[in-house]
Design a protein around this ligand. Sequence first.
Ligand SMILES: NC(=O)c1ccc[n+]([C@@H]2O[C@H](COP(=O)([O-])OP(=O)(O)OC[C@H]3O[C@@H](n4cnc5c(N)ncnc54)[C@H](O)[C@@H]3O)[C@@H](O)[C@H]2O)c1
Ligand SMILES: [Zn+2]
Length: 399
Amino acid sequence: MDSCRCEQQFTVTFQYCVFFTRDVFSLANPVLLDAMPPAAGRKCARFAVFLDSGLAASRPELGEQIDRYVAAHGGALELAGRPVLVTGGEAAKNDPALVERLRTGLAELGIDRHSYVIAIGGGAVLDVIGYVAATLHRGIRHVRIPSTTLAQADSGVGVKNGVNALGKKNLIGTFAPPFAVINDELLLASLPQRSARAGLAEAVKVGLIRDSEFLHWLERNAEPLRQLEINALSKAVRRCAELHMTQIATGGDPFETGNARPLDYGHWSAHKLETMTGYSVLHGEAVAIGIALDTRYCVEMGYLSAGQDQRLWKLLSSLGFALWHEALERRGPDGGLEILSGLTEFKEHMGGELTLIMLSEIGRSFEVHTVDEARIAAAIGWLERMSKQRKLDLEGVVE
Ligand SMILES: NC(=O)c1ccc[n+]([C@@H]2O[C@H](COP(=O)([O-])OP(=O)(O)OC[C@H]3O[C@@H](n4cnc5c(N)ncnc54)[C@H](O)[C@@H]3O)[C@@H](O)[C@H]2O)c1
Ligand SMILES: [Zn+2]
């Protein structure tokens, strides 16, 4: 039989802006107009808005503010339909009917590829709307306005979306760069303290693996950060977002086709801890524990010099993170530590060979493909001892 091979190759360049601003819907703020130019041949930018219900509850005036902004810029903007509330948090990603409903609503509004879909909310709502926008008409222009520390510093500036299915997190989704991202520091002001703090774990993580100067900055500013002062929070968010963007643009694998997720330091156990605790531990809180665990492991293995584990412990504790959870020592039917199955699950999500990020020094990371489970167990023991000691110290202070 006659066979032939016909090669096809092309390159697509992706480009999007991440704006850092304050009060995006104040009438004098031009950022939204800059972020959403009318498509070629159109006079104004037509858009639909989805709003995180948790954010809307804390900022009930937001809907009206959006209306006023659109009215004031009537020549350049056209709001299609009313802003649609989307249940905030993981519930949004766990409801398969929601995606269908939202897509249908957009189709009925006549939202096309030259229109925009804005999502304002936490990482979960952004993930759902990102997926809806990426799949309707095979891709609508999508503008994200992240409203949590984590989403502004990390997920919101990246290229992924997704929903949970068959009991698995992010089983369904796409890689779809946004049209633009607007980080509004004022949105962080209404966050519950736990959520506001949680995102800082990603900032510490990225400092550890990419930028020792940033880690020093976090150490120097631990007190205002612990107090969740907006200025400090917003600076931490900005540097963290920049480091994420650099990784996506220059890391060589923006759509994660390889085995590694170079920024997912400490995440194999963090993801597992989240599921083991039924998500009562927030992602960022689990990341704080995960990076403390892996940093101690790095010291145990001789990858990292002694003392750096204590240093990280001190930073995370002074930022207000709890670095122990009893699920860490939970054992399965075979007597093994349940958290260790996080290693297999981490590998399965990516496919290919197990690849974990480890530290060789602060600001520098490398990959490993095997782990010494006994030393992980020893690192877990260390976390427990350190936490007990801290509790005693704090009780001593109170007395
Ligand atoms: N796509 C990615 O690359 C990526 C990366 C990391 C995490 N994620 C996903 O992000 C999600 C976690 O996101 P998150 O940490 O931003 O939390 P979240 O989206 O779960 O929101 C937490 C809670 O805060 C509320 N909320 C949001 N903004 C608020 C505000 N400004 N004021 C008051 N309440 C507000 C929400 O309604 C929700 O109840 C997870 O589903 C995770 O899988 C995605
Ligand atoms: Zn993370």
